[in-house]
Design a protein. Structure first.
Length: 222
């Protein structure tokens, strides 16, 4: 029950107002207080444990994880955590067709990696200053969209998503390929859209970081 207490103190139980409550999330609500849905954190903790086990098992099976978190409360933290653990992540914008047009996307990722390696290895010395400046600009542009994908060698096998409403395109593409999805789902969304929902307040930076850290650690240790 320690996780329940910790999550409660962070405000993880605070869902959306009653008029924004998704019918499919209703069974995860403890009660409505002053028009605000209060999430049953005992259920949330169970969901978190199940999701962590799924990610741990995925790692044991050699499956690739892709983290999707462009939401402001999560993006920077996820970018740093993913880089630290060499896990691919999308933290600026979900690129349309990232899964459905994967071959094209991965070509740009490979170009970025190649340019970064050539710069570090000193291969740019043969170019004049204005050429190097142009290539630096291209790296900056490519990094903005593809920087978090440099650890992605093939189409991901499982996704970890923060806020399935904001990341509906990622959810839709993953569902097309029947990819398992672990996701933080607030009370204004349908948790049945994903395989491993964690119904929780995903508008709190502290809550999101706590949960994401636990899940990524479970995957890495798997």
């Amino acid at each position: 029950m320690s996780d329940v207490k910790q999550l409660f103190e962070m405000g993880a139980h605070l869902g959306h107002k009653k008029n924004r409550l998704h019918p499919k999330s209703r069974r995860f609500i403890y009660k409505i207080v002053n028009g605000v849905s209060i999430i049953d954190l005992t259920l949330t903790v169970d969901q978190l444990e199940i999701a962590a086990k799924a990610l741990s098992q995925a790692k044991k099976e050699g499956k690739n994880l892709l983290v999707v978190a462009t939401k402001k409360v999560a993006a920077q933290y996820v970018a740093e955590l993913s880089k630290e653990n060499q896990i691919p992540a999308v933290t600026s914008k979900w690129l349309p067709g990232l899964l459905t047009n994967f071959d094209t996307i991965i070509k740009n990722v490979k170009r970025l990696k190649k340019m970064q390696e050539e710069k570090v290895n000193g291969e740019w010395e043969k170019y004049v200053k204005h050429e190097r400046m142009a290539m630096d600009k291209e790296i900056t542009k490519l990094s903005k969209f593809y920087g978090g994908l440099v650890y992605l060698e093939k189409r991901p096998d499982i996704l970890l998503i923060v806020d399935i409403k904001k990341e509906k395109n990622a959810v839709n593409e993953a569902r097309m390929y029947n990819l398992p999805i672990v996701a933080l789902t607030d009370t204004n969304t349908n948790p049945e859209l994903v395989h491993f929902p964690i119904v929780i307040n995903d508008d709190s930076a502290e809550v999101v970081q706590f949960v994401i850290k636990k899940l990524v650690e479970a995957y890495v240790k798997g």
